[in-house]
Design a protein around this ligand. Sequence first.
Ligand code: GLN
Length: 545
Amino acid sequence: MNTKFIFITGGVVSSLGKGLGSAALGALLQARGYKVRLCKLDPYLNVDPGTMSPFQHGEVFVTDDGAETDLDLGHYERFTGNPACKSDNTTTGRIYTNVLQRERRGDYLGATVQVIPHVTNEIKDFIREKDGSADFVLCEIGGTVGDIESLPFIEALRQFGNEMGRERALFIHVTLLPYIPAAGELKTKPTQHSVKELMGMGIRPRILLCRADREIDKSDLQKIALFCNIEENKVIPALDASSIYEVPLTYHAVGLDTQVLDAFGIKDAPKPNLEEWERIMRRIKNPEGEVTIAIVGKYTNLNDSYKSLNEALCHGGIANKVKVNIKFIEATLFDESAEDIAEELHGVNGIIVPGGFGERGAEGKIKAAQYAREKKVPYFGICFGLQMAVLEAARHLASITDANSSEFGNEGSPLIGLMTEWTKDNVTEKRTDDTDLGGTMRLGAFPAHLKKGSKVAEMYKENKISERHRHRFEVNINYKDELEKVGFVMSGTSPDGTLPEICERNDHPWFIGVQYHPELKSKPFDPHPLFISFIEAAIAQGRLV
Ligand code: GLN
């Protein structure tokens, strides 16, 4: 396979939607029948985003093979349906770790180890190993051109582009045309400067994707083409879309995929089949109703912290033909008072307590679970949300008043305990209290067996599932009988029966907690069964109130 490489850089400002743009272009090429693969280079020094705060960096996306990666990999997976994997994401931290390990091993045979060629070679190897794995490899470079930290990446790509030639390597630069109200116009100068900066580093982009919040005049596009030395029809306007799932359609309408193929000299490409995307957009634009779901979490002031969850809810809405409104509730505000959270939750059609870490906010989340249980509002506990629902049931129904999680210290009854041992791919992994924080959780896809006749088995329509995990603590199986006595049924466990993976209430319309992250596998054209069912229950709840 003569793989072609597309590199996507960003200029002017960050948050231009490079990740989405890359995912949408991937989807368009795929819709033409090509095999695509998407990957991302992140210039920061963290070895992976696993230890980064969701406040700063948004969600950590977990792959089947257990990597903690950048949330853009979630977009890639949702738009193409191809499961992301460990080798789809690297960082400066990872690259340097590899280089330094090699240096210690003596692999460089006494050479002075330098950014060029050793670091740049390591980066090129990361890209080159994808050669042959797809028709098109799309590689996004995080950050903004000109950042000090991304320089080795840009240099490596320059070399790689040179080695491959124009037939096999293409650079797309995403920029912004800011609107200046006083002048009443969009400005092209930052784009010109950004392209100049890229050219100064030896990279000539052949396609420009110009983000703007309004229509761009043809004369502006022509001006950019002239100043930036780019063909006129390859300066492409990329306006804001009404939904992220509209982006493949809007980018196709302005010719992005056509120009990419043209840049590679491909003349006989099949037409794209965009029916699925059109169907999804018809559903999104014409909902037959709406529901409101509360997300009671701790990282509620940054939307990206719960990216996959927001999207999975949207997918559940697509499947049920409703619009899903999300009401974020900051759990930490309610650690003290139960009345206030009841006020906040009043009238919502469903409650989610999502993944989370640490004691702050835990009491607020426990109160949200209690409210959902008592008021019979659909409740979906995801990872930490399951753990908090277990503490709630243990304290209030099973009379284990000191029920606690060892995540919060060693006091009380450890209903939620530290996992010290589990099996992954037939290897036993062991952890203790002193283990490093990075990359040491129970990570990635694990199988679970569902109880016959349980609600979840009905939703999944099978008894054996595989879902992605990211946690250190686990519901303590020793309390199984006490929990089941008060209606909290363990309806899914690890195949050996030792790790509870799913609990559901048998006296409630919809009360399910899962130890894994189902939101990571949901896709617009293949919504996750638990989210389909949860939104269905929320609709039914809406009819009651
Ligand atoms: N903090 C909890 C644990 O480590 C839950 C993690 C999560 O919600 N992803 O088990």
